[in-house]
Design a protein around this ligand. Structure first.
Ligand SMILES: NC(=O)c1ccc[n+]([C@@H]2O[C@H](COP(=O)([O-])OP(=O)(O)OC[C@H]3O[C@@H](n4cnc5c(N)ncnc54)[C@H](OP(=O)(O)O)[C@@H]3O)[C@@H](O)[C@H]2O)c1
Length: 247
């Protein structure tokens, strides 16, 4: 049987888990694509390519060598997801989007959902000490807000608010550490993206300490695209599309 080729658009823990599973899957050859933004990424099993494709045209050209495209990028990597949808529609290469579920507000949470980082910046006006846990992108939206910021990201943002402290760290983070961080810096509002997944300890710590959260909503997945919410679902699609046995 000819091996079936799966291209995983990565940059998330789920993409890595999926590639690790596919590397052990009989009859499947997996390649993970990374954007190349992180200097020292955790690499999955199987082949890895790094760097942008050069827009929809480049990704469509790459699809010619692929039997299935899995978009397992971060829920906020909207451009890549829209490129994947366009390249799949153009070439007929099947596409599945692996999107982990977003977070759900529970008892004791004080969340305000906003559509963009710009709206989040408007929502924190009047706060004094802001924990900005949105990663390196989007920090620029907060430059005009008169507050002190604790900015946490894996890589340094291009810009920082005038009154701020930068913490470079890669999650997930322990609840005890998140609680201590909010207390130590006397944080009075947390700003986060609705990424879902394992980095929710900051939200739990905020709930416990009675700190409000401004949560940026994730962008929608393009209409008509098949979506699964985890690695097991994505593996099922690979087996269905590639005709490999379930196991
Ligand atoms: N946005 C976040 O909050 C966030 C958080 C954690 C991890 N990430 C990961 O970081 C990467 C970049 O995120 P982003 O928000 O900058 O993405 P984006 O805005 O959706 O994509 C911007 C451009 O980066 C390139 N790109 C993105 N993901 C790629 C991939 N997996 N392989 C090859 N090229 C890729 C593409 O360039 P071309 O047009 O040239 O193909 C794309 O047009 C993604 O892989 C994502 O999974 C993002």
């Amino acid at each position: 049987m000819t091996a079936r080729r799966v291209l995983v658009l990565g940059g998330t823990a789920e993409a890595r888990e999926l590639a690790d599973a596919l590397a052990a899957e009989p009859g499947v050859v997996v390649t993970t694509s990374l954007a190349g933004r992180t200097r020292d990424p955790r690499l999955p099993a199987g082949a890895v390519r790094t760097g942008g494709f050069g827009g929809v045209d480049g990704l469509a050209a790459a699809c010619a060598h692929v039997d299935l495209l899995v978009d397992a990028t971060h829920p906020f990597a909207a451009r890549m997801t829209s490129h994947a949808a366009a390249a799949s529609a153009r070439t007929g290469t099947p596409l599945v989007v692996l999107r982990r579920p977003g977070w759900v507000e529970g008892p004791g949470d004080d969340w305000r959902r906003v559509p963009t980082t710009g709206a989040a910046a408007a929502a924190v006006v009047g706060s004094r000490r802001v924990f900005l846990a949105i990663g390196r992108q989007g920090v620029g939206a907060f430059l005009d807000v008169d507050a002190w910021f604790l900015v946490r990201a894996i890589e340094p943002p291009d810009v920082l608010p005038a009154r701020s402290e930068l913490v470079l760290a890669r999650g997930p983070f322990a609840l005890d550490d998140e609680r201590a961080l909010l207390r130590r810096h006397r944080i009075d509002v947390v700003v986060a993206k609705d990424s879902g997944g394992a980095t929710e300890a900051k939200l739990v710590a905020a709930r416990e300490l009675g700190v409000p959260v401004v949560l940026v909503d994730r962008p929608p997945v393009p209409d008509g695209v098949r979506v699964v919410d985890g690695v097991v679902g994505a593996l099922g699609v690979v087996r269905e599309q590639c005709g490999t046995p379930s196991g």
